[in-house]
Design a protein around this ligand. Sequence first.
Ligand SMILES: NC(=O)c1ccc[n+]([C@@H]2O[C@H](COP(=O)([O-])OP(=O)(O)OC[C@H]3O[C@@H](n4cnc5c(N)ncnc54)[C@H](O)[C@@H]3O)[C@@H](O)[C@H]2O)c1
Length: 248
Amino acid sequence: MEKLLSGKTALITGGAGEMATVVAKTLAAEGSGIILVDIDAAKLETAAQDIRSSYGVTVAAYTYNLCDFSAHDAFIDRLEKENGPISILVNIAGITNTVTYRDITEADWDKMMNINLKAPFFFTRELFFRMVERKDGRIINFGSISGERGAKYAGPHYSLSKAGLICFSKVLAKLAGESGVTVNTVSPGIIASRMTDSLGSQVFDYDVPMNRMGTPQEVANAVLYLVSPLADYVTGQNLSVNGGQSMR
Ligand SMILES: NC(=O)c1ccc[n+]([C@@H]2O[C@H](COP(=O)([O-])OP(=O)(O)OC[C@H]3O[C@@H](n4cnc5c(N)ncnc54)[C@H](O)[C@@H]3O)[C@@H](O)[C@H]2O)c1
């Protein structure tokens, strides 16, 4: 049977990270070639080896700082020259931080916004217009439950950066118009990962109706749906993967 993503190439930012690695494996299992981009060279090589050895797809890995804003357009050009056209972009790289509204400094704000919002904003641009020109492309931005309803357990600037990303997907979805390129957000809730280790394993059933944390695989499944032909007519949406935490 034909795989869902045969012939596609997916670029995944923050590709050495916990959720990104699972997303990469999930797309690779459906036949997509993989390009991982991350600032952490050691983790990146481990992740690339792991995917390469388990799936029969090409896996390229690039150590790159997504805050190197003026280098993005040339970098995208290099990636496509070396790997062919990129049909899927998943912007996963991000940081969190628990500084309070009272204590936050301008430097805290700038670091968070640079990595979580400014980086995907400028990194996506060159590839977005190439995708529109080719009438072929899928873009996913990683939001968060914090960006949907604000969070107390993360710094206020984290929530704002993720709210910005949810809106960024809508803006691009409108700009993509009738090209067939779709742009969506996947917003994880509380996912069992290093980012949530400090919370312990407990969630509260009044807050998370399903009364458990999610898994990286459950988030990756949502990404797979949105980048696949099953979601051809889905764009500008925010898909919440959070056990019902944000239902209204
Ligand atoms: N873990 C959760 O429960 C949770 C919940 C909601 C949203 N999210 C979001 O999901 C995404 C992935 O989360 P995770 O827990 O897998 O995080 P993670 O820390 O494991 O992965 C993030 C990756 O981004 C990379 N990165 C950071 N700054 C970079 C830069 N300047 N240039 C290139 N790479 C850079 C890091 O090296 C890391 O590999 C993040 O955007 C996060 O905000 C996570």
